[in-house]
Design a protein around this ligand. Structure first.
Ligand SMILES: [Fe+2]
Length: 423
């Protein structure tokens, strides 16, 4: 199938508004390649959190749509991103995950670049180039980087709309996740590889609370959650550009550090604070592949929340790397931070109960979607849940439904995905 034929085929077969999503979207190589070009090279992709590089000279290397970049904090505190490629002969300039450096030296010929991107040193320059080499024209290629409340995003498209416009109304909810207080990461992110198409992760986090009572049924049996249908109560909300979330309410107990209530109130609007103070859990996805989660668990008899951000980084049509950051309130006590970390590790993380349940499912779904058979048999998934329902009024922006068992968020995700893929 040519690229044009694939685009036409997508237009004919992907029908989010009718709740019809074909299986080949999760297992086909050509779809994956087109996604790289039409989605990941065109949209804002999540990279990490500013608190990972708190000091001048701190840097980390990350991948933006499969290309290595260096994200660096310069002496004045500003954060910049550069393509991790020496402008002399294309060698990867920095091969470390993170560190502190103001100068990067290319391992191939020793060209020296400042963390502002400037080429400042060329071995034996005068001797071998005479006056001909203009260092000012050989700075590192700058990558478009913007941040929202500490979340860093990159974009390869020079003409992309500003990050805040792309996030739009979804910012209201992200504020509760990462803007409610000064937040910081605990340690380096966890990284693990799952044999799954990346969209299964985004789909699961953008709106699938329905699976909780079955896939995660064992946690109800263990008494960690009140009953098997606890996952239904709350709201499902989606906004423009494919973003969406599920909000679990109400919660009789406040699962955040009590002493930070004033900080929360000063960072959030009254309506946002009301959501936070009733929050049981919050799980969502900023298109395409940055998911977040506020969950809580009883640790030593006390309800403790944990907040995490994760990225479903595509590696191929059937493989992804999950990168997960645990965030805590910077001004919480060390003891609370430790318990929040325990709560996260017990539930989500390679050793967590939820994570292990989910990744089993993600892997099997991807396996069943591969090869020519899903095309030949026109295999489709059913995304019709809640198509008959009308949205309700909610104190936050977006289109909201008054319990979480609907697939409106998933339909919204695939609608925007289709729009980009067929543009
Ligand atoms: Fe799950």
């Amino acid at each position: 199938m040519s690229k044009e034929q694939l685009v036409n085929y997508l237009n004919e077969t992907v029908k989010p508004d009718e709740g019809i999503i074909p299986a080949y979207l999760l297992g086909d190589k050509a779809v994956y390649e087109l996604e790289h070009e039409k989605v990941f090279l065109k949209t804002w992709v999540f990279l990490g959190h500013e608190s990972e590089i708190p000091n001048p000279g701190d840097f980390m290397t990350r991948e933006l749509a499969g290309y290595s970049i260096i994200i660096s904090r310069e002496s004045m505190g500003e954060i910049n991103a550069f393509y991790n490629m020496c402008t002399h002969r294309g060698m990867k300039l920095c091969r470390a995950d993170k560190g502190n450096k103001t100068l990067f030296t290319c391992p191939y010929h020793g060209f020296n670049f400042k963390n502002t991107g400037e080429l400042v040193g060329v071995p034996l320059q005068k001797d071998i180039y005479g006056e001909r080499l203009d260092r000012t024209k050989m700075g590192l290629h700058k990558v478009k980087l913007e941040s929202y409340k500490g979340l860093l995003f990159g974009n390869w498209d020079e003409n992309a709309e500003p990050l805040e416009e792309f996030l739009g109304d979804f910012k209201w909810y992200l504020d509760i996740v990462v803007g409610r207080a000064e937040m910081e990461v605990i340690g380096a992110p966890q990284r693990f590889i799952v044999k799954s198409n990346w969209k299964v992760g985004s789909d699961n986090f953008v709106g699938d609370s329905y699976h909780t009572m079955v896939t995660h049924g064992s946690i109800a049996k263990l008494g960690m959650v009140p009953n098997a249908t606890y996952s239904k109560r709350g709201f499902q909300i989606h906004t423009e550009n494919g973003h969406g979330l599920n909000l679990g309410t109400p919660n009789p107990d406040f699962a955040f550090p009590e002493e930070l209530k004033d900080e929360y109130k000063s960072n959030l609007s009254e309506e946002q604070y009301e959501v936070l103070s009733n929050l049981k859990n919050m799980i969502g996805n900023a298109f395409p592949n940055m998911s977040f989660l506020i969950s809580h668990t009883k640790i030593k008899g006390e309800l403790i929340s944990n907040t995490s951000i994760r990225m479903w980084r595509p590696l191929s049509h059937n493989k992804m790397e999950v990168i997960a950051w645990l965030l805590v309130e910077k001004n919480a006590s060390q003891e609370w931070k430790n318990r929040s970390r325990d709560s996260f590790i017990l539930t989500f993380s390679p050793s967590g109960i939820f994570e292990q349940d989910d990744t089993e499912v993600f892997t099997d779904i991807t396996e069943a979607a591969q090869g020519p058979m899903p095309f030949q048999k026109n295999l489709t998934y059913n995304y019709t849940m809640g198509l008959h329902r009308k949205p309700v009024d909610f104190i936050g922006p977006g289109v909201a439904y008054d319990d979480k068992f609907t697939e409106a968020s998933q339909r919204n995700f695939y609608q925007y995905w289709l729009e980009l893929m067929t543009k």
